[in-house]
Design a protein around this ligand. Sequence first.
Ligand SMILES: [Zn+2]
Length: 469
Amino acid sequence: MKVSKRRVAVGVLAAVAVAAIATGAAIADSRDKSVVGAAVYGALPRATNVIFFLGGGMGESEITLARYYQQGAGGRLAGIDGPLLTGDVITHSVSETNPALPDYVPDSAATGTAWATGHKTSDNRISTSAGTDLDMKTILELAQDRGLSTGNVSTAEITDATPAVLDSHVRFRACQGPLNMSTCPQDKKSVGGPGSIAEQTVQHGVDVVLGGGKARFDQVIPVGEGSFAGKTVVQQAQASGYDVVTNRTDLIAYNSSKKLLGLFTPVNMTTEWNGTVASPYPSNTGDPAGEQCNTANRPASEPSLADMTSKAISLLDPSTGHGPKFGKRGFFLQVEGASIDKQDHAANPCAQIGETVAFDAAIQVGLEYARTHPGTLIVVTADHAHTSQILDGSEQSATDHSPGLIRKLRTKDGADLVVSYGTNLAGRSQEHTGSTVRVAAQGPQADGVVGTIDQTDLFHVMARAIGAE
Ligand SMILES: [Zn+2]
């Protein structure tokens, strides 16, 4: 009911906005004006395609840091700031022992389960229910049921929590490979379970799977654990109709009609940028200028997130590329910029900002596709908030300064800002935080994200867009 009320209220806005954009000079063809306008503002009921962009740990503070550093105070991020309909997302998870009780600071397994299935769960769970361990149907599974192609892309291990919630159901997020099942005995194939996340990813038949985590797929499936026992998960994938690529050159050149598994690093993929980890006062606050980040950290053998997004779209597109070869009429694609979160944990501001900028570039690829494919719903959001804060550099003195870890950076404006990490002790992993996160969307059903919504509402926005609700 909450969703219906919001849709009625936004209908007025959508009508005005459609009229406004229809006069825009950027849209040349008169017939396309209303179609594109209606798509941007959410007035079309059904989507041909859904692209869901998830920034790991990308709270408002992480977005602002990247915007100031890369574009300056007056700038905007062309991807993250692109979609015009925005809202605030409540991210809490629930207690495993008493699911009626909220857990205000969630992890990406529980938050992923929320947007992927429409149900809250407890931390560490992958699309299974808190307390009762029941499998919950995911948006990717619904898309497959409806004849859509599917893709899953991440800069993390592709078996990490965010991509896993779409194509796996296990008790603990740690059960990523066939040799990592010690905390998920009930999910082992030898007792009738579905196996590890890597095995389930292959078994789900996701058309395009791109990311890190090759070491999980190189594990040998133990004796007794299903029909591929004695083989690696890579061999299971090849026997199940997948081509496998392991470097950027082969990904860019790839032009076959088979399903594609791209595994580019043994663990998480390398960050685009790097710099000095934050440290206790005075850190570099006494330097005449803040640090400028090294923006060339990724090896040439690894694709960027934008590379992977572009290839995934070209393979999944229902009208060109390989979409027709998959025999599908549209697609669902998830793209995760995972290491915003991981570098926030590591208190490395340059690496964190570089991952946010790389995520922004991937979103721009999606927006460019949507410009010529107005039936595409684009959603840009985060799983949970995180640690980093922007502090007043002039207030960092011997008597008054942050008790946490700090680092001074010089932005595009030629001004300095101080980034602070203060949710854990120096040398320890900085922690997630509990505030709402941003969502931005455009395309069919996009008006469903406006206002203050729950993370589970995002599932329903996408389910309505693909005609599953
Ligand atoms: Zn995290």
